[in-house]
Ligand binder design. Structure first.
Ligand SMILES: *[C@@H]1O[C@H](CO)[C@@H](O)[C@H](O)[C@H]1NC(C)=O
Length: 323
């Protein structure tokens, strides 16, 4: 059977029988967005059936940028022969981690949501590269986004992608420079001819925000009866099982001492970071939380239970790999 892509339709991937967003729709919707300034956030469906993976999230660019990649492209890290065109195949960083923070002391972000740390292109063997192109270490990410049709993304970032020291702009610049510049599908040579400088970074932030919106860690834990508490402790297994039950996949949990402060959700990518499909997978590695006695404290600055400990600078933080 041949699957066809029609305008404004969701189609089924012949190989996996999972639905995905028709790339034609992405193109059309991007054009509409370009014309009207509307955000695509509400048009991007989420295809997720808890416990019955794999889940796939199709992203599309709010800034009107579109790749020319085929949505049936093979997922990163699943190829058996070398792929030549890395504009539509993320490599070598084909293992993508959407990392989130739970910053409770000092607190950042809404009290009922985790916040964005970033999107990291790890290699398939869990090694990784960073700072791949200093010539594209853009400054003024806020300006770049607002001038390129991504004001809505910027707005969201101001609430959900926040720095522990209030230096949001520096944090965004760091995440782009350190991780975004290592993404092969965001190389400027992959963009449509005549794209403005920095367009690929706009696509990066759009995509990270959209992917994060499909990963409501706080809500998933709350659905399983796990809400922040200054007295309760949990086993790693309880927390992991709760998230597995809700999302269908196993993330990595990381701790600062015995306090939960990070979660990473893992994906392979079909197509481009600009508008490809994120195929969720179970984590291939372990986190650093202890097996029990884990705290998930409320976000408050009252310092009642613990003295205000100095957190390491966010810009230096990178989860330890355990393999
Ligand atoms: C998958 O493709 C990448 C990029 O061409 C290549 O480096 C890698 O060796 C390929 N993997 C396999 C198993 O062939």
């Amino acid at each position: 059977m041949r699957c066809r892509c029609l305008l404004l339709t969701v189609v089924t991937d012949c190989q996996t029988n999972k639905s995905f967003l028709c790339p034609t729709m992405s193109l059309l919707a991007s054009a509409l967005v370009g014309l009207t300034g509307l955000s695509l956030n509400y048009f991007v469906p989420k295809f997720m059936s808890p416990g019955s993976g794999p889940s796939q999230f199709a992203v599309s660019s709010a800034s009107g940028l579109a790749s020319s990649c085929d949505a049936t492209n093979i997922a990163s890290c699943t190829n058996t022969t070398a792929i030549g065109n890395l504009c539509c195949f993320e490599a070598p960083g084909g293992l993508l981690l959407q990392t989130q923070f739970w910053d409770s002391n000092p607190a950042t972000g809404p009290s009922d949501s985790w916040t964005i740390h970033g999107l990291w292109p790890d290699k398939c063997d869990l090694k990784f590269s960073e700072n791949c192109d200093p010539s594209r270490a853009y400054k003024n990410i806020a300006g770049l986004l607002s001038e390129n049709g991504a004001a809505k993304t910027l707005d969201f970032m101001k609430t959900y992608w926040v720095d522990i020291n209030g230096k949001d702009e520096t944090f965004w610049e760091h995440e782009w420079k350190t991780h975004g510049t290592c993404m092969s599908t965001l190389e400027p040579s992959c963009l449509p001819a005549g794209s403005a400088k920095g367009t690929e970074a706009v696509a990066f932030f759009d995509t990270v925000v959209k992917l994060f919106q499909t990963l409501p860690t706080y809500k998933w834990l709350a659905n399983q009866g796990i809400t922040p508490s200054s007295s309760a402790t949990y086993t790693l297994d309880t927390l992991s099982t709760a998230l597995q039950t809700e999302s269908g996949f196993q993330p990595v949990l990381d701790c600062e001492g015995s306090t939960l402060d990070s979660v990473s959700w893992y994906f392979h990518l079909k197509g481009s970071v600009i508008d490809g499909t994120f195929v969720q997978i179970d984590t291939p590695e372990e986190g650093n939380c202890p097996s029990d006695g884990i705290k998930y404290p409320p976000k408050s600055d009252d310092g009642e239970s613990e003295p205000n400990k100095k957190m390491p600078s966010r810009h230096a933080r990178r989860r330890h790999h355990h393999k």
